[in-house]
Every structure is written in C-alpha cells, then in structure tokens.
Design a protein around this ligand. Structure first.
Ligand code: SAH
Ligand code: MG
Length: 209
C-alpha cells in the first residue's frame, strides 16, 4: 500500500483519540522506541477480536501500552488482557497510560521474560494471543499460542514483513529467521488457517483449528 492510500485508510478507519496521540508524543519525547503498532493495525486487532467475541487476550510485548489500549477497547467491559513486558520502565509507562485511557481494570501487565511468563500461564485459556516482542523466539511463541489459545481463537503476529527483510535474500539474521519461520508455520501448519495481511509492517493471522 502506498502512503496516500495507507493514510486514507488510517484516517477513515483508525482515528486516534487524544490519549493515543499523547501516548505516542510522550513516548517519542522520553526515548521509548518508536515501534508501537500502527493505528490501522490497532483497528484490525479490534475487528478481529470483535469477530470472534474475544474476552481474554494475551499480548507478548507491551512497550508503552499503545496496542494494549486498542486491544482493551475491543473487549467487553468484563474482558481481560494479560500483557507481558520485560522492561519495567516500559511497563510503568504503559500502566500510566492504561489508567488515563480508563482501561486499567481490563489489563494486567506481567513484568518478566516472555518465556517465563508464558510457562506460568500454562493451563489457562485465551481467545487470542498477540505476538509483538522479540522475533528470534517467534516459533516458540507460536507453539505457546497453540497451547494457550482455544479452538477457533487467533494467533496474531505483528511485523510479519519485518521491514521487507523477509524477502531480502541477503538478510539472514536470527530475528529475520524467526519471522520467516513464523510465517512459514502460519502458512503451512495444519493446526492453523493463516494469512499475512500486508498492513503497515505486516500482520500474520492464524485461526486455531
Ligand atoms: N505491542 C507494543 C509494541 C511492543 S515493542 C505496541 O504496539 O504498543 C516490543 C516490546 O517487547 C518492548 O517493550 C520490549 O521491551 C519487549 N520485549 C522484548 N523481548 C521481550 C521478552 N523476551 N519478553 C518480554 N518482553 C519483551
Ligand atoms: Mg511490532
């Protein structure tokens, strides 16, 4: 999608309110990495969650809470998002904005390494998991998704195009390998029906069969 078409979609379908705008501005000002999802990706998440009637969602990679706010707003009043973040500074920033957005009652931030927190959640069941942290372990996160998400639920991964590096044959680092392997499983693993939507940096979506 070229920029003008992308802007058209984002303006029409994914307008940000003042809280989301202020979150991004403060994140930039205070040196949080500018790697939140795009607004149209946020809207896509909401549409998907509403479509499956999601009540319980798991996010891997909170950062400043930008995606968490989009997700929480796509859940019913008694819905619950558990979001995993390894950096306490990111988790504190996110907690502040979740309060400002009035969704702090719906979101539980767990500070820790994703693999440790995921293991502690074994036995629980979620309607969807959103993978948006480090990319090397994506194949392992995908397997956790299959374990934790109910049948008919969703495994969703951001940055599935990884800035175009997935198709650049000269690139062969661990992160890119992780994204390629995630995409390969989304495309071919019989346990999911998957697709990659080329929104922004790409969103891979798999329905758990
Ligand atoms: N979902 C966020 C952006 C997440 S950026 C949004 O769209 O608003 C990725 C985040 O994952 C960073 O905050 C980083 O600290 C965190 N992260 C990276 N590796 C992690 C790991 N192994 N476990 C938990 N969090 C991790
Ligand atoms: Mg991302």
């Amino acid at each position: 999608m070229n920029d003008r078409v992308g802007d058209y979609v984002a303006r029409l379908f994914a307008a940000e309110d003042e809280i989301l705008v202020s979150l991004r501005e403060e994140a930039d000002r205070t040196g949080l990495p500018p790697i939140s999802i795009s607004a149209d990706t946020g809207r896509l998440l909401q549409v998907l969650l509403l479509a499956i009637g999601a009540r319980r969602v798991l996010e891997v990679g909170t950062l400043g809470g930008y995606s968490a706010i989009w997700i929480a707003r796509g859940l019913p009043v008694d819905g619950q998002l558990t979001s995993i973040e390894v950096e306490p500074r990111h988790a504190e920033f996110a907690a502040r904005y979740l309060r400002r957005a009035g969704v702090d009652g719906k979101v539980d931030i767990r500070v820790g390494h994703a693999l440790d927190v995921l293991a502690s959640l074994d036995g629980e069941q979620f309607d969807a998991i959103f993978l948006d942290a480090d990319k090397e372990p994506l194949p392992t996160y995908f397997e956790w998704g299959l374990r934790l998400v109910r049948r008919g639920g969703l495994i969703i991964a951001d940055n599935a195009l990884w800035g175009g590096r997935v198709v650049d044959e000269r690139v062969d680092d661990e992160s890119t390998r992780g994204v390629r392997e995630l995409n390969r499983r989304m495309a071919t693993d019989p346990r999911v029906a998957g697709i990659l939507v080329p929104t922004h940096d790409g969103v891979a979506i798999g329905v758990v069969r």
